[in-house]
Design a protein around this ligand. Structure first.
Ligand code: F0G
Length: 459
């Protein structure tokens, strides 16, 4: 049988109307927002590709789950459903719900990190690194070099470089490394997967050195899809099987369920060690809520449990990543420089190559995201020097090699025609790229500055 194109394995039952804006309205909106797309009102956005977080469309089953919320303060039925689902699909024995991913990051960082520790990871993520630093640790990037090169077509750019990991081990010793933090489908690298072979090797390395392995499993299903497509031996494995195996190779996990699991809010910390679970329960009551709800309503835990089962469906994930690839291919065909290979949750524009006239000090990716909004009302996100922030010790800007604009595709929300319009908009912006001006700060928050910073054009 001939291979057919991907198509969504669902049909649309309800729609949300969106507003079209004029160029004048958009100029006013982006000026008021200080050239930061995070500060735009959603009402002023036409196609919202800011993030894939909390913006997915829930299924009718998930909506039905909301009606089954057991809003007891303690021991909600939905908590037990969630806990059992996490164990069945993700292998982890103990689950502590949190209000979202960073709630889980806070708890795991406080439990495991002591002042002066080092936490190796396959590239930083903004909130993850901040919680490691707030707990007294220092993040060390041990991802393969290819991950920092937008043009490299390495199939597993999320892999760990064991030379870097061993160099750290030799320098600081195992007692200063509480755990290795491994993300599946690495966000900041462009939605790039880690291979099962690399993960298995990492498991062995951790066992040999008595170091824990913590999994940022926010986009584990998308990682599983790339393993199924690219890694020998997994052609016939289901996404569900691959996801389970990935999780089994790790000791604990933080989850932002607003991504893969397609709920609007929520997350959890999961683990296999009973003692660690006891400590997490003691901390979650301080920062989130009782250990059987964390920061979540009963109904949200129910929708999450159902979302997990839908997220590992082979047809779902093929269409999900298929849509991202569709947009990426349109841009590639038009000669727009993007991160290769195309990632799982987003297409990343290479702002360095699109705006070669702007030095990194003038925030090319931030300027490009603002220009795209002005052009068409498409909202994207900066993932470059603004997101990278400043070194906590020296106060200097981190200058990441990747200076990117992320076109993030929400799950089950937009159509192929929306992808067409997005591509046309990006291509139009490219054509007048030399007229785009750099930016400078008018307000710079101390931490996670990209969320609320304000800018003005440099003349
Ligand atoms: N880890 C990864 C890899 C993430 O992408 C995110 C969130 C988090 C942790 C934190 O989870 O937002 O639920 O507290 N990423 C969003 C994004 C914000 O747009 O990439 P959270």
């Amino acid at each position: 049988m001939a291979r057919r194109s991907w198509a969504e394995p669902y049909k649309i039952k309800m729609v949300e109307l969106i507003k079209m804006t004029s160029p004048e309205e958009r100029l006013r909106a982006i000026t008021e927002a200080g050239y930061n797309t995070f500060l735009l009102r959603s009402e002023d956005v036409y196609i919202d590709l800011l993030t894939d977080s909390g913006v997915g469309a829930m299924s009718d089953r998930q909506w039905a789950g909301l009606m089954m919320g057991d809003e007891a303060y303690a021991g909600s039925r939905n908590f037990y459903h969630l806990r059992d689902t996490v164990e069945e699909y993700y292998s982890y024995k103990y689950t502590v719900p949190t209000h979202q991913g960073r709630g889980a990051e806070n708890i795991i960082s406080q439990m495991l990190i002591s002042e002066g520790d080092y936490i190796p990871g396959n590239m930083y993520f903004t909130t993850t690194r901040l919680h490691q630093e707030l707990a007294g640790g220092t993040f060390v990037d041990v991802i393969v070099d290819e991950a920092h090169d937008p043009e490299s077509v390495h199939p597993f750019k999320g892999n760990v470089d064991f030379n870097k990991l061993n160099a750290l081990l030799n320098e600081v010793g195992a007692e200063k490394i509480p755990y290795v933090c491994i993300a599946t489908c690495v966000n900041m690298a462009g939605g790039q997967p880690i291979s099962m072979a690399n993960l298995r090797q990492l498991r062995e390395w951790c066992d040999n050195n008595g170091i824990m392995l913590v999994h940022d499993m926010t986009r584990v299903a998308e990682n599983a899809f790339f393993i199924q497509q690219r890694e020998k031996g997994f052609e016939d494995a289901s996404i569900q099987q691959i996801v389970y195996e990935i999780c089994s190779l790790t000791d604990a996990a933080t989850m932002s369920s607003k991504k893969d699991a397609m709920v609007n809010i929520g997350g959890f910390l999961a683990m296999n060690d009973a003692k660690l679970y006891e400590r997490a329960c003691a901390l979650v009551v301080v920062y989130e809520g009782l250990h059987t709800y964390g920061g979540m309503a009963g109904r949200d835990m129910e929708a999450l449990a159902i979302g997990i089962t839908e997220s590992v469906d082979d047809n779902h994930i093929r269409a999900r990543v298929g849509q991202v690839e569709y947009l990426g291919e349109l841009l590639k065909k038009a000669g727009v420089p993007i991160v290769n290979p195309i990632g799982g949750h987003a297409v990343f524009l290479d702002a360095r190559r699109i705006l070669p006239h702007l030095p990194q000090e003038q925030f090319p990716a931030q300027a490009l995201a603002a220009a795209l909004y002005l052009e068409s009302g498409v909202r994207a996100m900066e993932r470059g020097v603004v997101s990278a922030g400043r070194n906590k010790d020296t106060g200097e800007n981190y200058m990441p090699r990747l200076e990117l604009v992320r076109l993030t595709i929400p799950r089950r929300v937009y159509t192929q025609a929306h992808m067409d319009v997005t591509a046309e908009s990006v291509i139009d912006v490219m054509e007048r790229a030399d007229q785009i001006k750099g930016l400078r700060f008018t307000y710079e928050p101390e931490v996670l500055r990209f969320f609320q910073a304000r800018f003005e054009p440099v003349n």
